[in-house]
Write a new protein. Structure first.
Length: 263
C-alpha cells in the first residue's frame, strides 16, 4: 500500500544561526514531536554565496545533551570540533553524525579554506532524538565520507535494497539522499518524510518537506530528473519530548538539571 501525503511543511523565512548559517527552520519538535519522531528538528541552509574572509564564520562553543546532531553538506566546507575529541572537515556529499548523549560542547564553523576562498554553502542540520535509556550515552562523533550509492539512492543510515549505510544509530533510522525519480519500500508504521532540495515533487520545492502517513510501505517519488531530496524514515520513539535551547530530554526536571550543569 502506498504511503499518503499528509501535509507539505513550507518552513520558516530564513534566519541566521551565528554568522555562518542562513537557515530555514523546516520543522521542529515544538509542534511536530509526534509526526516526525525520532527526528526533532531540521534546518535547511539553501545555497548562499559567501565572500572571502579571514574571519571565522559560524557558531562558537555551545552545549548539547540528550540527542544527536546530523550535518549534511552539499556545497562548501565546514569544520567541527567537540569535547569528545571528535571533529574534522566535512565537504560536499559528506555527513557528520554527532552523539551529544549525556553532554557535549562543540563549535561549528566554515572551514578556514572555504572561508578564505569564499563560495557557495548549502547544508542541512537534522536533530535526531535518543530514547530515555540512551540519553546518557557516551558522547561521540562519526564522520561519514564513504556513503554507498544504489541507483538514485545514497544510503547515509539504515538499509536500502540490502545495502547498509555507514551511520551507527541507536534506533532504526533510514536516511537516504535521493536523486531523480525513485520507488522506495519502507517498514509499515515508520515515520516518513521527504525534504525537497531541488526540483519539485507534489508541489513541494527546495526547503519544503512532504510529510507522509505512518501507514503504507511503498513510496513512489514520481519527480523529474532534476529532483534532489532527502528521505527521513524511522521507528518512532513513543516517549515525552521536553526540550529547551540546546537540550532535549523527557521531563522539565531533566532540562533544569541540564541548564544547571551545562547551560
Ligand atoms: Mn550545535
Amino acid at each position: 500500500m502506498d504511503k499518503k501525503i499528509v501535509e507539505i511543511l513550507r518552513g520558516s523565512r530564513p534566519h541566521w544561526v551565528g554568522d555562518g548559517f542562513p537557515v530555514r527552520s523546516v520543522f521542529s519538535y515544538h509542534d511536530r514531536a509526534r509526526e516526525l519522531s525520532p527526528f526533532l528538528l531540521l534546518d535547511y541552509a539553501a545555497p548562499h554565496e559567501f565572500t572571502a574572509t579571514s574571519r571565522r564564520r559560524g557558531v562558537g562553543a555551545h552545549p548539547h545533551k540528550g540527542f544527536e546532531t546530523v550535518t549534511l553538506v552539499y556545497q562548501g566546507e565546514l569544520e567541527h570540533r567537540d569535547s569528545s575529541g571528535g571533529g574534522g572537515l566535512i565537504g560536499p556529499g559528506q555527513v557528520q553524525w554527532m552523539t551529544a548523549g549525556r553532554g557535549i560542547v562543540h563549535e561549528e564553523y566554515h572551514s578556514p579554506a572555504f572561508g578564505e576562498a569564499g563560495g557557495t554553502l548549502e547544508m542541512i542540520q537534522l536533530w535526531v532524538n535518543l530514547r530515555a535509556r540512551d540519553k546518557g550515552a557516551e558522547p561521540g562523533y562519526q564522520t561519514l565520507t564513504e556513503i554507498p550509492e544504489v541507483g538514485p539512492v545514497r544510503v547515509v543510515a539504515g538499509e536500502y535494497q540490502g545495502v547498509r549505510g555507514p551511520a551507527q544509530t541507536f534506533t532504526r533510522i533510514n536516511l537516504w539522499e535521493l536523486r531523480g525519480p525513485v520507488e522506495l519500500r519502507v517498514p509499515e508504521g515508520d515515520t516518513a518524510a521527504v525534504l525537497v532540495l531541488s526540483g519539485e515533487w507534489q508541489g513541494a520545492r527546495a526547503g519544503d518537506l512532504v510529510l507522509l502517513s505512518f501507514s503504507g510501505d511503498e513510496l513512489r517519488v514520481d519527480a523529474g530528473p532534476e529532483f534532489r531530496g532527502l528521505f527521513l524514515g524511522g521507528e518512532p520513539i513513543d516517549e515525552p519530548v521536553v526540550g529547551h535551547g540546546p537540550f532535549v530530554m523527557n521531563t522539565r526536571e531533566e532540562i533544569a538539571t541540564a541548564f544547571a550543569e551545562m547551560g
